[in-house]
Design a binder for this molecule. Structure first.
Ligand SMILES: *[C@@H]1O[C@H](CO)[C@@H](O)[C@H](O)[C@H]1NC(C)=O
Ligand SMILES: *[C@@H]1O[C@H](CO)[C@@H](O)[C@H](O)[C@H]1NC(C)=O
Length: 263
């Protein structure tokens, strides 16, 4: 025992003395392991887009307005490729495991909250357009609303199977979205077309809440739900403003979204 401690001590001293050489050696090894091309096959000069995306997903980078120009290709490849789908599916998987582990009261008050855009319905066909560039070009409200009015958004990967699993388990579904109230009818038909056929509540942003941040608005609506006796057991969103604030629910889940940030 004592010998081991002494050896460890000597090894530590020797490591400290050789720190520079050691770090150099490790760095070389790391570089050898690093893929030669940049993210999604593109070499990136100044921004490491994977690091940027990770920082965005973990809410370390906040209040960003645009996808960095250097990362448009990267984000496009990510969103259209397998990785985004896999990342969404693992979220749904964890949510399903959690949902199945619960014992519900079964009085119709056990709810699961879904945000809509990029959580339930995907605007990827819109974001992939050359005049939108996966969020690398400035957001245009008029243009985006024209797309919403088409009611053609497909389901987000993983979210529909999650929804389909929650219903027979006895969860009631609440859709809570920042979409304006005037899009209610088209949103309903879009939800149904995408496979979401039933829900307890569909909460859209009314006139009175226009101008309030998503975080404040969603906290307020969740508090209203809790005050009227609902138990929020799960909460799924693509924005941190969906899963921060008051009455978040017993567990939150974050779907990836490197295309835009809503505070
Ligand atoms: C926003 O989109 C609308 C509709 O496509 C277009 O008419 C308008 O010029 C765009 N605005 C900007 C600032 O690009
Ligand atoms: C949800 O959280 C509340 C408050 O912490 C707790 O009392 C309740 O038991 C939790 N429900 C479940 C099903 O875990």
């Amino acid at each position: 025992m004592r010998l081991a401690v002494v050896l460890l001590f000597l090894a530590t001293i020797s490591a400290i003395c050789h720190t520079d050489g050691y770090i150099e050696q490790v760095t070389q090894q790391i570089h050898l392991l690093r893929p030669r091309s940049g993210a999604a096959g593109y070499r990136l000069k100044d921004v490491d887009c994977l690091s940027w995306r990770l920082a965005v997903e973990t809410n370390n980078v906040r209040n960003w307005k645009l996808v960095p120009e250097e990362c448009e290709q990267y984000v496009g490849h990510y969103m259209l490729g397998k990785q985004y789908r896999k990342d969404c599916e693992i979220v749904a998987h964890s949510a399903i495991e959690y949902a199945k582990s619960l014992t519900l009261v079964g009085d119709g008050k056990d709810i699961w909250i879904f945000d809509i855009d990029e959580t339930t319905l995907s605007n990827l066909p819109y974001y992939a357009r050359s005049d939108v560039q996966f969020g690398a070009l400035p957001y245009n409200d008029t243009k985006f609303n024209e797309w919403v009015a088409e009611g053609a958004a497909p389901p987000v990967p993983g979210s529909l199977p999650l929804y389909q699993t929650l219903l027979p388990l006895g969860f009631k579904i609440v859709f809570l979205t920042g979409t304006a109230e005037r899009f209610k009818d088209i949103r309903i038909s879009n939800l149904k077309a995408a496979g979401y056929h039933t829900w307890e509540k569909l909460i859209l942003k009314g006139e009175a809440d226009q101008g309030t941040s998503a975080l404040v608005y969603k906290s307020k609506k969740r508090t209203e739900l809790v005050d009227s006796g609902y138990r929020i057991l799960g909460n799924l969103g693509d924005q941190w403003s969906d899963i921060l604030g008051d009455n978040l629910g017993n567990r939150t889940f974050k779907v990836p979204d490197p295309m835009y940030y809503i505070s």
